[in-house]
Design a protein around this ligand. Structure first.
Ligand code: TRP
Length: 343
């Protein structure tokens, strides 16, 4: 039996280069050897966008197209939509009994997000419990490998606590603990040098950006503010053009040469930016081409989502029935077949 991998993204905006190096590349690898599920987590996205559901629903197809255009292969990866899998909601309900309110309040990622999103004292309960729903995302297909960024480690930890508690209390082994798989490269900063690419900061380069948009963004990139004239020596640390070249350029020797030249002086920002444009275009051009084709055939994208979701649901139904048996909850099949178990 192949190990099962599951990851997901909140469809609250299009995917960017940070997603590309942080998760999409590893999904391309993983689909070759493991059984992979990738979830468009629209229910989770609603926990902080409940007032603006269109923002979520209008990004579902976009994110699916992002996946397909980078080469996620629906023959190897089931792409599924969270809201169309009611088993996840059912599991969440059962898991909530196994988590204390106090534990939820101490999830460091949730704590940070509460501050970022300005919830103050009005945190929606749905938001507070999303780590439990994420535990359901992971366990409904009985995934044991979860490729995620550093910020998601508390979710995996909380998932495993739920798994252990469930198995102990209900004296079973139906749920499996999962292991986080961290990306190879550190988080890609935004073009402004801020720690994270995000739609709200307007500092991201999206997979769907045209060559013109890409060049506009590269031109705005944060470099070394004291590198005013071409002759001046410049700094490469914290200079986004070099940070990006380190991540994306294949010709490492050339990058080292450019760095040395820049530090000595005599190399203008625009020259390095043009090289970065070349490097990124080489990666993004084929992705853009596939996107253009997919956009002409939305029926195909819908089919992929239907089939992926169907596969996920079948897995979910299996898990729910095992979970209900373990918890000795009446479920239709069992009650009808073995009524004496319930007397
Ligand atoms: N919380 C993740 C994020 O914000 C998205 C997500 C939802 C997820 N369900 C998941 C990630 C299950 C891994 C596994 O990026």
């Amino acid at each position: 039996m192949k190990k099962v991998v599951l990851t997901g993204d909140r469809p609250s905006g299009p995917l960017h280069l940070g997603h590309y190096v942080g998760s999409l590349l590893s999904r391309l690898d993983l689909q070759e050897t493991l059984e992979q599920f990738v979830m468009i987590a629209d229910v989770q996205a609603l926990t902080d966008n409940y007032e603006n559901p269109k923002k979520v629903s209008s990004n579902i197809l976009q994110v699916a197209i992002d996946y397909l255009s980078v080469g996620i292969d629906p023959a190897k990866t089931a792409i599924c939509i969270q809201s169309m899998i009611p088993e996840i909601a059912e599991l969440t309900q059962f898991y909530l009994n196994l988590v204390t309110w106090n534990r939820l309040k101490h999830n460091p990622t949730v704590k940070q997000e509460i501050v970022q999103k300005g919830f103050e004292d009005s945190v929606p309960a749905g938001f507070m419990i999303y780590p439990v729903s994420q535990a359901a995302d992971i366990t409904f297909v009985r995934a044991t490998v979860v490729p995620v960024g550093e910020d998601q480690l508390p979710m995996i930890e909380q998932t495993n606590e739920i798994v252990r508690k469930f198995n102990r209390i209900y004296n079973t082994d139906v749920l499996l603990e999962a292991e986080a798989l961290l990306p190879k490269c550190p988080r890609l900063p935004g073009i402004d040098g801020k720690a994270k690419m995000s739609k709200s900061l307007g500092n991201g380069i999206y997979l769907k950006d045209s060559a013109d948009e890409l060049f506009k963004k590269i031109k705005q990139m944060y470099t070394d503010p004291s590198h005013l004239r071409v002759e001046d020596p410049g700094k490469v640390e914290g200079n986004m053009v070099f940070t990006y070249l380190d991540v994306f350029a294949k010709d490492k020797a050339k990058v080292e040469e450019l760095k040395a030249h820049y530090q000595r002086g005599g190399l203008g920002d625009m020259t390095v930016k043009k090289y970065l444009m070349e490097v990124l275009n080489e990666i993004l051009l084929p992705i853009r081409e596939r996107r253009a084709e997919l956009e002409k055939d939305i029926g195909y994208v819908i089919d992929v989502l239907k089939q992926g979701t169907q596969k996920a649901r079948e897995r979910g139904e299996e898990t729910i029935s095992l979970v209900k048996s373990a918890m000795s909850i009446c479920h239709e099949k069992q009650l009808l077949a073995h009524p004496s178990d319930f007397l």
